[in-house]
Every structure is written in C-alpha cells, then in structure tokens.
Design a protein around this ligand. Structure first.
Ligand SMILES: [Zn+2]
Length: 410
C-alpha cells in the first residue's frame, strides 16, 4: 500500500490524548488543527500536523485535498444488530397506529418475525444483508462496527448469524467486532422454561462459538421480558470462563443495579434509560463505558431519552452507537445519532463527536488502534463536506460525509 497525504483540512479533529475513555470536560476537547494534514503509510497514520509542516517532510506522496472539509477519526459504532432478513414494516405501521406490543406480535410482527427470517435464511443470504449495512455505515463515516447475532436464538441459527458477520467482515474494508447475543430474548419454544434456554446458551452455544472463534464478546439483554439479573449473571460467568469479553443491554425499560455486573468488568453497558444515582456513581468510577442509543428512543417516538448530561457531568465515559436493528432503530447513520444526542440529550456537538469516536473505541477495547488521529493508529478517517465540526450533527437526515478511509484504503 502506498502513502497518501491529506492536506488543507479546514479543521482536523485529532482527538489526541490519553489512551483511555474521555470523561467530563475532556469529552469536549477535540484537539483541532486548522489547515490540518495527515500522513498515511501502509494503512497507518504516521504523522499529523499543519499542511505546511507535513508537506515539508513528505515529498512524492499522493495528496488528497481536504480544502473546505472537516477531517476526523472514522466513527466507531459499538452496538449494532445487523443480522436480519427483512425490515419490520408491520411493527412500524401498527405502532404508528397505536398498536401494543402484543397486538403487533399477533399481526405477525415483532421479534418473532426476525427470528423466523434468520432461521429460514442461509448464511450467504444473511451475509449479503450484513455487508449492505456495513457499506451503508461507511458511506456515513463509520470505520469500525460491533455486530451482534441475536435473531437466531438456537445454536445453529446463532452460529450461522456469526458466520454471516464473519463473511461480511471479510468482504468489507472496515473493522468488525463480533458479539454473541444468544441471550437476546427467550425464544418462543422455551417460553415456559427459560432456564433451560439459559443452560443451552451457557453450556452449548457459547462453547461452540468460542471453539469456532466466531465471537469476541458475549452480550445479554438484562430486562423485564428478556433475562433476569440472575440469568444474566450466569451467562456472563460462562462467557468469562471461556475467555470472552462482556457487554450488557441494561436499563432500557426498567432499572437494574449495575454493580451486580462489576465482577465481569463489562466493556460497556448499553441503553441506560433507567439509572439510579448509585448506578451513575458506579459508572463514574468504572472503566465500563456508558453507551447510549438515542436513535431507538427517536424511532419509537418516546419523549424520554437516556440521561446523558447527568452521566457526563458525573464523570462517566459516554459513547454513542446506532443500535442498528429492524425493530427499534433501522439506521446505520452515526451523524444522525449524534444529531439526536445533541437535540434530545443536550450533548454538545464536541461531546457527541468524542462519544462517537474515541469513547466508542474504548467500548470495544480498541482505543490503542482506533478513535483518534495519532501516529501509530489505524488510518480510519472520515472526511465531511463542512468547515466546522458542529455541522456534523447540525445537518441531519442528509449525508455530508464525502469520503471514508478504511485502514488507509479509500
Ligand atoms: Zn441493542
């Protein structure tokens, strides 16, 4: 791979700093270089600085003019559910008309529709859908995606889902982090004996995924109607015993004490619509990232959003992600999520950018390679048609990303 020099960026948002999640006032520090330049060699960033400074050292390098552009680290979307076969249009239309969750399920919608779709699809068919989502994400500036299984909910279908993620990852130039979410909901056939399903997840599904090296993380949906805190702890214990890292869906509908999960040192806890003061205090002193998914609140038409301001002001490390999924958040657009974070959760544009880049990288334990523009890191870069970074969450519902560089390739 050859070398390239990005030059004349109106603003180069480096986000250089500690290799650690950013908290409090540090979330608003983007470390901007005006008339900025980035030198890329062999897929890595080897220098950053002003255009004049870098040009002096870089002869015979292909130049990419970023005049009137904002250049920043590619977004890290640390929470997606891309393995599904079809959009959930029954849910969408019926919910608008005021139908309840039960009425949507009775009309053939709801998560059961996604389960059926995944079970009936081949790994190749699912991989095509996943790849489409990855390509769409990178068109909006995303360079790293965490991707969960979770609509198969039997051993074969969960492994097939993880294989689809692996296949799509091999065909995409960005970085993919695969997560087993076998404990998304209790599948219909185990409704009367959910503990039997938990046993299968722990004793069969998780070992099979580990043996085939299909997952880096295990996730569990700890919620009323999904898995209890006790069942979640069993699954997280099994994950840790197999050497897998953990992350948790928690606090979306009801509050669960986060300290219950402290022993697993989850990389992130996600959703967090319902938190106690003790939970916020725990997050403030923990390395676990608080990942907020406000596009789901938006799409469900909710008037409440996770308490981002309280979390940031208390010192928690906040990340933003799309929660891309067919039921509650059918978007791959991180700029849209950042816009909602600013308008509905009162995060400043700078805080939203930090949450979508370096803190997202921390939520995937990739902060040594991703999330900022610094020598030694991967050349994952988004270039926006804008002269001021505040335009990124400002222009919503349109795509201002003009180029995405994935591991030095563009
Ligand atoms: Zn989710």
């Amino acid at each position: 791979m050859s070398a390239a020099l990005l030059i004349h960026a109106s603003q180069l948002l480096t986000l250089r700093g500690d290799v650690a999640p950013r908290r409090g006032p540090a979330m608003a520090e983007l470390a901007i270089i005006e008339d900025g330049a980035v030198l890329i060699e062999n897929g890595k960033i080897t220098a950053i600085g002003t255009t004049d400074a870098l040009r002096a050292h870089s002869k015979n390098t292909e130049e990419i003019d970023c005049h009137k552009k904002v250049v920043l680290p590619g977004f890290v979307d640390s929470h997606t559910h891309p393995v599904f076969a079809a959009p959930r249009l029954i849910d969408f239309e019926r919910r608008i008309a005021g139908a309840s969750y039960e009425e949507i399920a009775a009309a053939g919608g709801g998560i059961r529709a996604s389960i059926r779709g995944v079970r009936e699809s081949s790994a190749d068919q699912l991989a095509d859908h996943v790849l489409h989502a990855f390509n769409e994400a990178s068109a909006y500036g995303t360079t790293t995606v965490e991707a969960k299984s979770g609509y198969g909910l039997d051993i074969a279908s969960e492994l097939k889902s993880l294989e689809a993620i692996q296949q799509a990852a091999q065909r995409w130039q960005g970085t993919v982090v695969p997560t087993l979410l076998g404990a998304h909901v209790v599948p219909p056939e185990f409704r009367d004996n959910p503990n039997d399903y938990v046993r299968i997840v722990c004793e069969e599904m998780l070992p099979a995924a580990t043996e085939r090296k299909l997952a880096e993380y295990v996730d569990v949906f700890c919620e009323r109607g999904a898995f209890t805190p006790e069942q979640s702890v069993r699954i997280l214990k099994a994950a840790t015993s197999h050497g897998l890292k953990t992350r948790i869906h928690v606090g979306q509908l009801t509050q669960t004490a986060l300290e219950l999960f402290a022993e697993f040192q989850p990389a992130s806890v996600d959703h967090l619509d319902h938190l106690s003061d003790a939970d916020i205090a725990w997050l403030a002193k923990s390395d676990t990232v608080a990942t907020l998914l406000p596009a789901a609140n938006y799409f469900l038409g909710l008037s409440t959003f996770p308490p981002a301001r309280k979390l940031i002001d208390a010192g928690a490390a906040v990340a933003l992600a799309t929660d891309y999924n067919p039921g509650t958040s059918p978007t791959t657009s991180m700029p849209f999520v950042m816009s909602v974070a600013s308008t509905h959760m009162k995060m400043s544009p700078a805080e939203a950018i930090t949450a979508a880049t370096i803190n997202g990288a921390c939520a995937l334990n990739l902060q040594h390679k991703k999330g900022s523009l610094e020598p030694g890191k991967d050349a994952d870069i988004a270039i926006f048609d804008a002269q001021d970074y505040r335009e990124i969450p400002y222009w919503f519902g349109v795509n201002r990303c003009s180029k995405t560089i994935l591991g030095g390739r563009y």
